[in-house]
Design a protein around this ligand. Structure first.
Ligand code: AKG
Ligand code: FE2
Length: 715
């Protein structure tokens, strides 16, 4: 106890100045911190404009942005919030003036033992606890009758008035945002506000981070998530420090001087039934400069229950959180480190570790996409998945596990055949069994064997390459039953002649090796060239592993853009369905490519670390489909079928339709435009170049990794 009081009354600031620092109390233990600050990439935090949210003309779009920001990142920067730049500067000013005051002055606001309120350093509930490199002044702001003015500094003189005004403004902003958040989920606008209650607890925390002698080992605030519904943060105007964790990687939050940084807290995650994310964040220190931030925590009334909104629960999206009431809705404290903090998130590893991080590939449920109730939300998820990662995993896709198991089995059996047997299907033409095709002398071979077959048009099948062994394999052929392809999916109407190829891939590495080089699929470059497009920067994700959800099908979307061949309007959209026999062992390499006019593919960056777990086999099947080269794509009305009855082709059809809804369809251009427009049922929206920039990261044509598994591609 004595130690606790002692540490409480010695501010980090004093200790920092005296240089008599028991640094070991602050050094992060058991974590491979490396340099906490170096090489942490910056996030482009979504910016929400309150004016746009409130204007009927722009509201819908801004609401989508709000929803997408809170569901993918859990935070945003708010502009046009009504607080002027000079007001925010004054607010920072009073905070900056408080911390350098003489100890005797600050003593008046000292935190009392056992209390959250007042001025002090990081609280140390146990001897073992690592301290944050910070001092804080934490005050109750609302309900107003709960304010304890004895903790409120009278110096600097403007402090109380400024804080009072900042608190009121922040609460107004919180209410606006809670309403808009509810609206963005299709709920009544008061849905979250009602849970927030009449007497919410609002606290203000002034965080002061002195310059730190060991910024590579000491954190200003350790990883935590806020217990609030929303936290409104006025960042230091000049010194960065805040970082957020996403997909096991830390990202720096940029400073936008007049914006307020808002993050969803645990209560928002609960109320939204997990749609909004309460993000894990931390604050790093630096040797040179002090940093100050002011956080307003908006915490629902402890008399009200917090629970997932009824409108967000149904049989397809079960309730994810229990009802919370009372003490759990308490003063936010980094010391409390909520259920999402460090341990769950692998401490400070992320990009500090040398291992390849796992992407949290978003999961899209075809059932949810088809139900009118959940469709909009799932569409947004899809859009957000594609625009941030360019890929997702599909569940509820209608392909039975037993069918998938059979496919795996058949492929496995084929590759286990004696070499003489397999060689009966070998070829020099590209079709049939063989290893990596060598196009150029100097090309390095992929560590892979393939069986490559034309599946469609049926009259182009070269059955001599279709194995008769194993038995189930041959039975697939006549009917064209390679994963249900015959079921009018790709073959309906004028797409009957759409070329489809299937590739069975096999890989067994005896040494660490890149099993498949970064690549793109098929003839995309040709169509680009015809379009006369010049250089185009591509996918920028690299060095991530894609996790395996056994029954889910990873999909990535690639080429879009009209091929501009005469009257033809082609939708270039690659869909990849993947199955993995060996899970989690594959390091993927995703590469940035440039496409030049002369069709050369230039690798800008690649992850040489790509490898394969020793001694394991991996096989996959890819099926590449292309629309009929002379056909036109018309989009039908959405299918009214239950997801469980969908064939793979129907899933593809659905995704194409969704592409329409998501604006993924390129407009035809040139003389063919008007004719082509007539065959595209849904309105045409964007120019090719705006597709490339507006949803640029959807174009993952260079995401040459997912499709090394079983896949269906569509160009
Ligand atoms: O100082 C900051 O930027 C963030 C502070 C924070 O996360 C908190 O007080 O909960
Ligand atoms: Fe926080």
């Amino acid at each position: 106890m004595a130690a606790e009081i002692e540490s409480m009354f010695k501010s980090t600031q004093e200790l920092a100045i005296s240089g008599k620092m028991p640094l070991e109390k602050y050094i992060q233990k058991g974590s491979d911190n490396g340099n906490l600050n170096a090489s942490v990439p910056m996030i482009a935090v979504p910016i929400i404009d309150i004016g746009l949210l409130q204007s009927p003309l722009t509201r819908t779009e801004e609401l989508h942005k709000l929803r997408s920001a809170l569901s993918s990142w859990g935070f945003l920067q708010v502009i046009n919030h009504g607080m002027t730049s000079s007001f925010l500067d004054k607010m920072r000013q009073v905070a900056k003036q408080f911390f350098p005051l003489p100890v005797e002055e600050k003593q008046k606001s000292y935190r009392e033992a056992g209390s959250h309120e007042g001025y002090g350093n990081d609280m140390a509930p146990s001897e073992q606890k690592t301290l944050d490199w910070t001092d804080r002044l934490h005050l109750a702001l609302s309900p107003e009758d709960q304010r304890q003015l004895r903790f409120w500094p009278e110096n600097p003189p403007a402090f109380r008035k400024m804080l009072d005004e900042f608190a009121r403004n922040s609460q107004q902003l919180n209410e606006i945002l809670l309403k808009e958040m509810a609206r963005s989920l299709g709920l009544d606008e008061n849905c979250f506000l009602d849970q927030y209650g009449e007497r919410p607890l609002v606290t203000g925390k002034f965080n002061y981070y002195p310059p730190c002698p060991m910024p590579d080992k000491i954190l200003g605030a350790r990883p935590h998530a806020d217990g609030s519904v929303l936290t409104i943060l006025l960042q230091d105007k000049e010194v960065e420090g805040l970082q957020f964790l996403k997909d096991n990687q830390w990202f720096r939050v940029p400073i936008i001087p007049d914006a307020l940084f808002v993050n969803a807290g645990d209560q928002a995650e609960i109320m939204s039934n997990g749609i909004f994310k309460s993000g894990v964040h931390r604050v790093v220190t630096n040797t040179e400069r002090e940093r100050i931030s002011i956080a307003i925590f908006c915490i629902p009334d402890s008399e009200e229950e917090s629970k997932p909104a009824d409108g967000l629960i149904d049989e397809t999206r079960p309730r994810l959180y229990k009802t919370v009431k009372g003490p759990s809705k308490n003063w936010p404290s980094t010391a409390k480190s909520s259920w999402k903090s460090t341990s769950k998130n692998g401490s400070d590893s992320g990009n500090l570790s040398t291992s390849v991080p796992l992407i949290e590939v978003p999961t899209i449920d075809i059932g949810l996409l088809q139900s009118p109730l959940t469709k909009t939300e799932e569409l947004h998820k899809l859009r957000s998945a594609l625009s941030s990662w360019g890929c997702f995993q599909v569940i509820n896709h209608g392909i039975t596990n037993s069918f998938l198991a059979e496919m795996r089995q058949v492929a496995k059996q084929f590759f286990s055949l004696p070499m003489e047997k397999k060689e009966e299907y070998s070829t020099s033409s590209g079709e049939g069994y063989g290893n990596d095709t060598v196009h150029l002398e100097h090309r390095i071979l992929d560590w892979i064997d393939r069986l490559y077959l034309t599946v469609n048009p049926e009259d182009r099948r070269q059955l001599r390459f279709w194995p008769e062994n194993p038995q189930p394999f041959s039975s697939l052929q006549g009917q064209g039953k390679v994963i249900n392809l015959e079921e009018n999916c790709f073959l309906n109407k004028d797409r009957a002649k759409a070329p489809i190829w299937a590739t069975f891939n096999f890989c067994s590495c005896s040494q660490s090796s890149s099993w498949l080089q970064p690549h793109s699929d098929g003839n995309a470059s040709t169509s680009r060239k015809k379009c006369g497009r010049s250089s185009n920067s591509r996918m920028m994700i690299h060095g991530y592993r894609v996790p395996v959800i056994p029954e889910a099908i990873p999909i990535n979307i690639a080429e879009q853009g009209p091929s501009c061949t005469g009257d033809t309007f082609n939708l270039h959209w690659k869909i990849v369905y993947s199955f993995y026999k060996v899970v989690h062992t594959l390091n993927l390499t995703i590469t940035v490519y440039d496409i030049k006019d002369n069709e050369q593919w230039i690798v800008q960056e690649s992850n040489t670390e790509s490898g394969y777990t020793l001694g394991k086999e991996r096989f996959s099947l890819a099926v590449f489909c292309s629309p009929d080269p002379v056909g036109k794509i018309g989009i039908d009305a959405p299918l009214e079928r239950k997801p469980s009855n969908l064939s793979i082709g129907e899933v593809k059809e659905q995704l194409l339709l969704l592409g329409e809804e998501l604006d993924l369809v390129d407009p035809p251009r040139g003389p063919a435009a008007s004719a082509a427009r007539r065959v595209v049922a849904a309105p045409v929206r964007r120019s090719a170049s705006s597709v490339a920039t507006g949803i640029g990261s959807i174009d993952v044509s260079r995401l040459g990794t997912l499709d090394a598994a079983v896949g269906i591609g569509c160009y």
